[in-house]
Design a protein. Structure first.
Ligand SMILES: [Zn+2]
Length: 370
């Protein structure tokens, strides 16, 4: 198996579904996977046509799928240019998370897990609740007590149990980690963490394969909102796999966008690790990317150092303006997704065509406070 602990280098255990290394508590990651065009199975729907790239999954185990992927790429004029917008809100639960959750849920199912917990500000929780319902798993979702509105309702309708936790987003994760304990291999219920488990990364990478196929080439850059940076990393690794397969000549720059109120990846890549202590978890409409300590920051930083990635901050006042500009083009997104508009404005003049922007989540996910 190509899953290993980034700390002690031990392989992922043959049994159970630990979210951290049972020996040292380290973070699991995947070795680089290959993309083989001859193995793309066009008879399969959505992202499962790329199943050969889902390292860590047992062969032939039935997919826990709701039809994720194959989302539209819509070309629209912005800042005087034709820009490719990848509409991820067309996934089954209304966000890009489904590309990763379908793989994680399939993995957990293959390991005999019957009950699992997840923590989320909204989209990851809604996504996991849906795939747990699909697989017949019992799901519990830890969310900030202050979270309300459509995402919370969506989680409840899928039948998951809600655990509201007072305090910050980090407090929610701490409460869940306490609930699942330190015995990472025998834990029941399992922790289906979209941040700790690496199995969702090849799922996110399928957005790169689709963009490549829909554009007919690698874009010069892909602009995407980033919290933990899972989608960012999946895109970077997906295009890297396409390059190693000889399908694209050069790698696009993956530009992650954060709300200035909580922008650790931007701070890390511009001011260095010593400035990280000054990063706050401030209030922002972009709650989907409010992550104070991204777990894979080290790996993300390495890719930026090689010249294939960058991060940008967006001011709070520009978020809803971005949403409105996208809506004027028929593209209805939630505030977290709208970050990309201001980022596009900041860099569009410096980047050649074609240029791709990922719209991560639906506008239906957000209810403006009265
Ligand atoms: Zn380890």
């Amino acid at each position: 198996m190509s899953v290993f602990c980034t700390n002690c280098k031990r392989p992922y255990p043959e049994e159970g579904a630990p979210y951290r290394c049972p020996k040292c508590g380290g973070l699991f990651d995947l070795t680089p996977w290959d993309f083989d065009p001859a193995q793309v199975d066009r008879s399969k729907p959505g992202i499962w046509r790329y199943r050969h790239t889902f390292s860590g999954l047992p062969a032939n185990f039935p997919a826990v799928s709701l039809g994720e992927g194959s989302t539209p790429l819509v070309w629209s004029t912005a800042f005087g240019r034709q820009i490719a917008f990848k509409c991820e809100s067309l996934n089954p639960t209304g966000s890009f998370k489904d590309r990763g959750t379908t793989v994680i849920a399939t993995f957990l199912h293959s390991r005999g897990v019957t009950e699992a917990l997840e923590d989320s500000s909204g989209n990851a929780g809604a996504s996991f609740a849906a795939y747990a319902a699909r697989a017949g798993l019992k799901a519990g979702i830890y969310i900030p007590a202050a979270a309300s509105g459509p995402k919370r309702k969506q989680i409840e309708f899928y039948g998951a149990q809600i655990h509201p936790i007072p305090g910050s987003r980090a407090d929610v994760t701490r409460a869940l980690e306490k609930a699942v304990g330190q015995d990472f291999i025998l834990t029941a219920p399992a922790y289906a963490s979209h941040a700790w488990l690496p199995f969702n990364l090849p799922g996110y990478a399928t957005a790169a394969y689709e963009i490549y196929e829909q554009v007919g080439a690698a874009p010069s850059a892909v602009i995407v909102p980033a919290g933990q940076g899972g989608l960012w990393l999946g895109l970077a690794r997906g295009f890297d796999a396409l390059k190693r397969a000889g399908l694209v000549k050069s790698l696009p720059k993956i530009i992650g966008v954060q709300a200035r109120a909580c922008s650790p990846l931007w701070v890390l890549t511009t001011a260095g690790p010593s400035a990280l202590g000054f990063v706050t978890e401030g209030q922002t409409l972009a709650e989907g990317v409010k992550v104070r300590n991204p777990l894979r920051a080290g790996t993300i930083l390495e890719i930026c150092d090689q010249g294939y990635g960058a991060f940008l901050p967006v001011d709070e006042a520009d978020i809803l303006r971005g949403r409105d500009e996208l809506a004027k083009r028929g593209l209805y997104v939630e505030p977290t997704s709208a970050l990309v508009w201001s980022a596009l404005e900041q860099v569009v003049a410096q980047l050649p065509d074609p240029l791709a922007v990922v719209l991560t989540g639906s506008g239906y996910k957000y209810a403006a406070k009265a």
